[in-house]
Write a protein that binds this ligand. Sequence first.
Ligand SMILES: Cc1cc2nc3c(=O)[nH]c(=O)nc-3n(C[C@H](O)[C@H](O)[C@H](O)COP(=O)(O)O)c2cc1C
Length: 334
Amino acid sequence: MGVFETRITKIFGIKYPIMQGGMGAGYVSTAELVAAVGNAGGLGFMSAIQWEHNIKGLEDNIKKAKDLTDKPYGINVTLFEEMPKEFFYKVVDLIAKYQVPAVETSARKPDPWMKLLKQAGAKVIHKVARVRDGVTAERLGADALCIIGSEEGGHPGAERNPTIVVGPLLVDLVKIPVSIGGGFCDGRGLVAALALGGEAITMGTRFVASKECTVHENYKQAIVNMQYNETDYILMSIGDPVRCIRGPMSQAVLKLEFKEDKTELIKLLSKLKEQNDTGNMASNTGKLEEGMVPAGVVGGRIHEIKTCKQIVDDIMTEADVILEKLSKRKYWKA
Ligand SMILES: Cc1cc2nc3c(=O)[nH]c(=O)nc-3n(C[C@H](O)[C@H](O)[C@H](O)COP(=O)(O)O)c2cc1C
């Protein structure tokens, strides 16, 4: 078994230990991206919540992914508490109907969903930010886990811990394999994750800045242009923080969220919700100043929009070179 063949590549039937986590801030991880990641040898998850108000959109995307690739593909089911359970039942039905091979759950204890998804025939990886939530998901029957540090774009969890600490902590506590996410974009990251005991890396931000991602070009360019210290960690005050590129909207939220009077904050959040409900998120309109655009700290290390195949190939080539240099035990410089 080669060093890049892990229990995760085996369980999900993929060539490389590289996963593209579900991304649901507008239409971000759609069939096009997921199929391109699959064709490149990784595993991509389209985010079901993008189609909360249009379940047919999810079904169409499943069909499209099946047309675009004969490789495994997946669906992310972000189990937001505020979303109606009926929606998640419909998602499970589609997963069963199309025999979707892989599912990434996140955001909440995956109970009773884990059982239903397994009955539907999918292999399930559950994503957590807190170590103890990973242990719970193993007990509930997950095939694999993903743990992310607060570096990640999206919802990095309220505990605010770094990837390099939570990754090995979870690896040591569970028997099932763990993918590590938050801050990865290259071969150095992949080798580091393997050294931490991870059996794959999960990336989001790197894949937003890919040719096949269906977000607006302004969003991809903003990732290419940003510095590592230009994200905001907002909505900590309501216990569900989001890491996004610093801009007028994130700064406005930050300013308002610690005020005692929440009227203005609620107004702003309703505006963002309306963008979401009407399919007009900044990720797709390109009006970045009017919305929230999630991205991780790693955006500061992404300098080029590439195809998914280039992204994956570059990671694998770089990881190979690093491992060879390390095995010779010589000092090396990347
Ligand atoms: C634009 C964007 C939207 C995201 N939306 C979700 C989501 O809806 N559900 C989820 O579980 N994770 C979401 N994530 C997290 C990713 O799946 C992945 O775990 C994360 O991006 C990995 O960290 P990185 O951004 O440092 O690569 C999102 C990330 C980004 C960048």
